[in-house]
Design a protein around this ligand. Structure first.
Ligand SMILES: *[C@@H]1O[C@H](CO)[C@@H](O)[C@H](O)[C@H]1NC(C)=O
Ligand SMILES: *[C@@H]1O[C@H](CO)[C@@H](O)[C@H](O)[C@H]1NC(C)=O
Ligand SMILES: *[C@@H]1O[C@H](CO)[C@@H](O)[C@H](O)[C@H]1NC(C)=O
Ligand SMILES: *[C@@H]1O[C@H](CO)[C@@H](O)[C@H](O)[C@H]1NC(C)=O
Length: 192
């Protein structure tokens, strides 16, 4: 995958209004989502922007959550979801980024967004990922899966998500206005 340019390209949120996901979200449009055989999720949250939803099973005994993140995209686009262990917004976030090649092969990279001009180096995150990521694309929608150890064994986390275009197969900057700057949520993994 080619490296992105050095412009600020990802999620830039300086004064984000953090919302706490409410228990009511399970009654929203995420509730009836279907998944391939062998995957099911007890909780979900319809995220406030970008048409995205998060689904999970939270295991208090070991502090892990099995996740599915689902968001619409053109074939020539990428989607991302992650947790910011250091604050809010883009910088410092540990993210999963799903994209696809011209032949439709979907892959996921894990990276820490070290700045607003991140290297997108495929590596490790600031929390454990006991079950590494995978993703699928169909019907104009990406679905990414992974199991994460919630940082600090805390059920409330600053989550981020994003969507943008691919250019020559490489992740390119997302729009720097509108809903792309509102895609942050302090999520309670005990809700949904
Ligand atoms: C989910 O499906 C049930 C049963 O078909 C239906 O009653 C309910 O309205 C649906 N909920 C949503 C959010 O679509
Ligand atoms: C996480 O916290 C729960 C209590 O909420 C506790 O029962 C559990 O042992 C902790 N797990 C880890 C891995 O620290
Ligand atoms: C990132 O590395 C993992 C593990 O080697 C690999 O499975 C995955 O396809 C890589 N992601 C990308 C986008 O290259
Ligand atoms: C965490 O606990 C759940 C429930 O017991 C189990 O299904 C899952 O495999 C465990 N995950 C890890 C990474 O140990």
């Amino acid at each position: 995958m080619a490296r992105p340019g050095h412009s600020a390209w990802f999620l830039l949120v300086s004064t984000a209004t953090l919302l706490l996901a409410s228990g009511a979200s399970a009654q929203g449009s995420c509730a009836n989502a279907t998944f391939p055989a062998g995957r099911s999720f007890a909780r979900c949250s319809t995220l406030p922007v970008l048409g995205a939803s998060l689904y999970w099973n939270y295991h208090a005994a070991n502090g892990t959550a099995e996740l599915a993140f689902r968001a619409p995209s053109a074939t020539g686009g990428w989607v991302a979801w992650g947790i910011n262990t250091d604050g809010t917004g883009m910088a410092g976030s540990s993210v999963f980024v799903a994209s696809q090649s011209a032949n439709g092969a979907v892959s996921v990279l894990m990276t820490v967004l070290e700045s607003f001009s991140p290297s997108l180096k495929n590596g490790t995150l600031k929390f454990d990922v006991p079950v590494g990521p995978s993703a699928e694309y169909g019907g104009g929608t990406y679905t990414m899966y992974a199991t994460v150890a919630l940082p600090g064994n805390a059920t409330q986390q600053n989550t981020v998500w994003q969507a943008g275009p691919l250019s020559g197969g490489a992740v390119s900057p997302h729009p720097m206005s509108g809903n792309n700057l509102k895609s942050v949520l302090r999520l309670d993994f005990l809700s949904g």
